[in-house]
Design a protein around this ligand. Sequence first.
Ligand SMILES: NC(=O)c1ccc[n+]([C@@H]2O[C@H](COP(=O)([O-])OP(=O)(O)OC[C@H]3O[C@@H](n4cnc5c(N)ncnc54)[C@H](O)[C@@H]3O)[C@@H](O)[C@H]2O)c1
Length: 429
Amino acid sequence: MTAYPPISDQLPADDLESARKEGRRKMEWAAQHMPIMTALRAEFEADQPLAGERIAMAMHVEAKTAILVEVLADGGAEVAVTGCNPLSTHDDVSAALDTHENITSYAKRGVDSEEYYDAIHATIDLEPTITVDDGMDLVAAIHEDYPELIDGIVGGAEETTTGVHRLRAMDDDGALEYPVFAVNDTPMKRLFDNVHGTGESSLASIAMTTNLSWAGKTVVVAGFGYCGKGVARKAAGQNANVVVTEVEPRRALEAHMEGYDVLPMAEAAAVGDVFITTTGNRDVIVEDHFEVMQDGVLLANAGHFDIEIDLEALEALAVDTYEARDGVQAYELEDGRRLNVIAEGRLVNLAAPIALGHPVEVMDQSFGVQAACVRELVENGEAYDAGVHDVPDALDQKVAEIKLEADGVQFDDLTETQREYMGSWDHGT
Ligand SMILES: NC(=O)c1ccc[n+]([C@@H]2O[C@H](COP(=O)([O-])OP(=O)(O)OC[C@H]3O[C@@H](n4cnc5c(N)ncnc54)[C@H](O)[C@@H]3O)[C@@H](O)[C@H]2O)c1
């Protein structure tokens, strides 16, 4: 078998230089708005904490992620990176990254399933000492196909909710054989990236892809977790009527108390104009729901995998299907209704044709935590057993402090008396 080629060997030779230039331009814009990564890059360049490490990464390869990849490489690591979704890579950014002497980028947009996994295996050929994942495909491939490498791996870091769910399931089965930090679960990631990032960027992608307004529309948000809350809040802020569907009673109650209509999907399906799934679960919108939807509805998914909207069932119901706009596939049903699926049901804020992913500022925070975790693994990796680990709170707080300082926001500190009071149990009435 021939080795899977890096992006520089995949793009047409005539386009390579201009792609690299455009990718670099996107990265420079992102870097200008990433004060946390700028501060960490300076530290990493000076200390070289990752010298001698080999890092394999499967992430959404676009401008913000590229800054994380570069910071790790500038900290002394050799890095091999690929995509974590077949549609989210920006080839120009991937090509720009591939010019760095410590980085090989295999990420390419539009790969099929075989190429996707070949590229993951190509990053593993580096024989990583550390893995950085978004969705856990890399950890899974190492455990399934390269168990002999596990002894040499200090640990990993996982970016998203679905990846952390999969890792915890693996850990519960006793199958996870090295420590992995649940970066997703830190306050600095989840309270900002999942809520504001997913909310803002999903709505922006849908609006840019369709050129349609939110005002006056009924937007059905499936799942009222961190991402769903963000999508619901931002849609309401754009004057949409928001309906929430949930399966968890406290989350359903929370949505109700926030003032949203809460309905089962069977009822919401008949009233929605736009549907956005954010559950991380499968089969959330299925045939029974398609049967009652209005003509012209938009269907989009913001969860990690393309399993939330049952496209096979929709395909089977359709008498015709065609691309209504770039990134919008119309499914025409026997009675003439058209249901429009955006970005093939893949996560809409990254996979739509003009999707830019999360705003730069929130990714600065998430990737600040990622970089801090990688350093922690190198410096203190032996302190962590195999399994899923919470990120040490002090690391997360340090990232918040860098951001507050960069934004010129000052905040209070506890007095000694307050600290003593909060730490004691013997102060009663
Ligand atoms: N688009 C992005 O850029 C982005 C960013 C972060 C996370 N994610 C992904 O989004 C998904 C959700 O992440 P989260 O952090 O909000 O998770 P979460 O666990 O906080 O929320 C998911 C919610 O969906 C609900 N749910 C599960 N099955 C359901 C069903 N059948 N119908 C209705 N509700 C259901 C759960 O009860 C839960 O409240 C994950 O796949 C995650 O990886 C995407």
